[in-house]
Design a binder for this molecule. Structure first.
Ligand code: SAH
Ligand code: SF4
Ligand code: F3S
Length: 481
């Protein structure tokens, strides 16, 4: 590695040589940290913070696995840390501002502890103007890397520890997803498993294809091996992660489709629940609907973002389906699985979206009756086609529409939850409820949050709970012994 290297217009080549280098760097850092521990009697601690989607969360588990392998312990307090690692998200402006705010605040820790290492990675680093800003405005950041060279982290950190110089390495894409690195998962019962990365869709508002590169699928045998190992260690639930899981395998030679992958995972002994995110409506095949309906461990819930209900807006968004096409697809899904829980993502205030056009979004919501909606105010992302589209709609109007959407969804969500009153759900217990420690919280097979009186010892168990009350966002019940 050259010091302070900043590579762009380049791809990360996940060669065996690179992987070997990373493992060697982890070992070398381990030696350095052990020596420090022997001399000072103290283990160096890392504090990690992740922003953004499940993909980033899964990446962070890999980075934490590497940190553990290098000999770092972990702390929940920034002020106690010897290394602070932030995995960033660029999907909306708000996410970026939060990072800048935090970076400013972290400066005081650097001033107090000269040995503290500040590490930044993730989607924001892939935006050239952001990288430039960070380079100039936050000179105290020690190590910077992007989404494609995650597994190069140990080499970059080693370089920084040795030379005490800032190290920046960001690449435009990678040729594969690296295998064979340690992952540190805190929940033994439920695990995220990355099955692919990147996105080829280029929705006109979205930064993800620029920050994550093109679609790359992991080989099915690697995924299966990981799931089998998880199951052997007591894991009951896997969440398969990708920006567009329905196009899984299209870049592989083996011809395995996402539906086939689901069936293979469904057959792994010990795995009781399988979830996946995210599905793009244009790629959701009949084959997948059948696989979902037939696989007993595939959860009866589906996240199917529709973004907007109006055909002109959908076209401008480059979503490649129409309102009618989306409704037809939902019809097919409900026909095969009438009890399915459907959730979605919606963007309010896409450039030029009129009141009448927004009304189509509300209409789709009324027709489908989603169990949950993740709604976002449109956020302009530099470098995306939508950033150059004229937008005369006022902020106030967008906000009003946003609130109308929330109100409608509250009514629908409450109604959808009522269906479960009096029924019994199998709940995978996640732990004590945040607001009331006498209550345990978990999820049903239909993805519903369920609270019930119980003890922490039930964590990780799947228990039957009879639902007594429905709220807008969760259900309350009693365990059946
Ligand atoms: N690959 C997934 C999710 C991508 S990001 C998918 O296609 O569904 C998650 C959500 O963020 C998107 O579904 C979209 O609703 C929202 N989003 C993406 N870019 C946005 C932007 N520029 N402004 C507001 N919301 C955005
Ligand atoms: Fe973004 Fe569209 Fe890709 Fe989802 S499918 S990540 S919204 S470009
Ligand atoms: Fe954010 Fe990157 Fe995910 S932009 S939403 S962390 S893919």
């Amino acid at each position: 590695m050259q010091k302070g290297m900043h590579k762009v217009n380049n791809r990360f080549n996940i060669s065996e040589e690179y992987i070997r280098q990373s493992h060697a760097a982890m070992q070398e850092i381990y030696g350095m940290l052990q020596q420090y521990r022997e001399e000072s009697g103290r283990q160096l601690l890392a504090y990690t913070h992740v922003y953004g989607c499940q993909q980033n969360v899964a990446d962070m588990e890999l980075l934490r696995g590497m940190l553990a392998e290098m000999g770092y312990g972990f702390t929940e307090k920034e002020e106690d840390a010897d290394l602070i690692l932030m995995n960033t998200c660029a999907v909306r402006e708000g996410a970026e501002y939060r990072i800048y705010g935090n970076l400013g605040a972290l400066k005081r820790y650097k001033e107090k502890n000269k040995e503290l290492r500040l590490v930044l990675c993730g989607c924001m680093m892939q935006e050239p103007h952001v990288l430039e800003y960070i380079r100039n405005s936050f000179p105290y950041v020690d190590v910077v890397f992007g989404t494609h060279n995650l597994v190069h982290f140990p080499c970059l950190l080693l370089e920084n520890l040795r030379r005490r110089k800032r190290v920046i390495e960001v690449l435009e894409d990678a040729d594969a997803i690296a295998e064979g690195f340690p992952v540190k998962r805190d929940n033994p019962y439920s695990a995220s498993v990355t099955i692919m990365s990147g996105c080829n869709n280029f929705c006109s508002y979205c930064i993800v294809p620029y920050t994550r590169g093109r679609e790359k699928s992991r080989a099915p045998e690697h995924i299966l091996q990981e799931v089998q190992e998880l199951a052997a260690n007591g894991c009951k639930e896997v969440k398969l992660i990708g920006q567009n899981v329905n196009s899984y395998g299209k870049d592989l030679d083996c011809g395995v489709t996402f539906a086939q992958l689901l069936r293979k995972i469904n057959a792994v002994d010990g795995i009781r629940r399988i979830q996946f995110i995210t599905s793009h409506p244009k790629d959701l095949s009949d084959e997948l609907i059948c696989a979902m309906a037939e696989c007993e461990h595939v959860c009866r819930s589906l996240h199917l973002p529709f973004q907007a209900g109006n055909n002109r807006i959908l076209k401008e968004m480059n979503r490649k389906y129409t309102k009618e096409g989306y409704l037809e697809l939902v019809g097919k899904i409900k026909e095969k699985m009438p009890d399915i829980t459907l959730t979605t993502d919606i963007i309010v205030g896409f450039p030029g979206e009129t009141e009448e056009e927004f009304a189509d979004t509300l209409e789709v919501m009324r027709q489908v009756e989603f169990d949950g909606v993740f709604s976002f105010l449109y956020s302009k992302r530099k470098g995306t086609p939508a950033a150059d589209m004229p937008d005369l709609v006022s902020k106030e109007e967008k906000q009003e529409n946003f609130e109308a959407l929330l109100k409608l969804q509250e009514e629908i969500g409450y109604r959808r939850n009522q269906i479960y009153v009096g029924k019994t759900c199998d709940v995978l217990v996640e732990g004590p409820s945040k607001n009331d420690s006498a209550m345990m919280s978990g999820r049903s097979f239909h993805g519903k949050i369920v609270h019930f009186p119980g003890t922490e010892a039930l964590t990780g168990e799947i228990v039957p709970v009879k639902i007594q009350r429905a709220k807008t966002f969760y259900l309350v019940g009693e365990r059946i012994e």
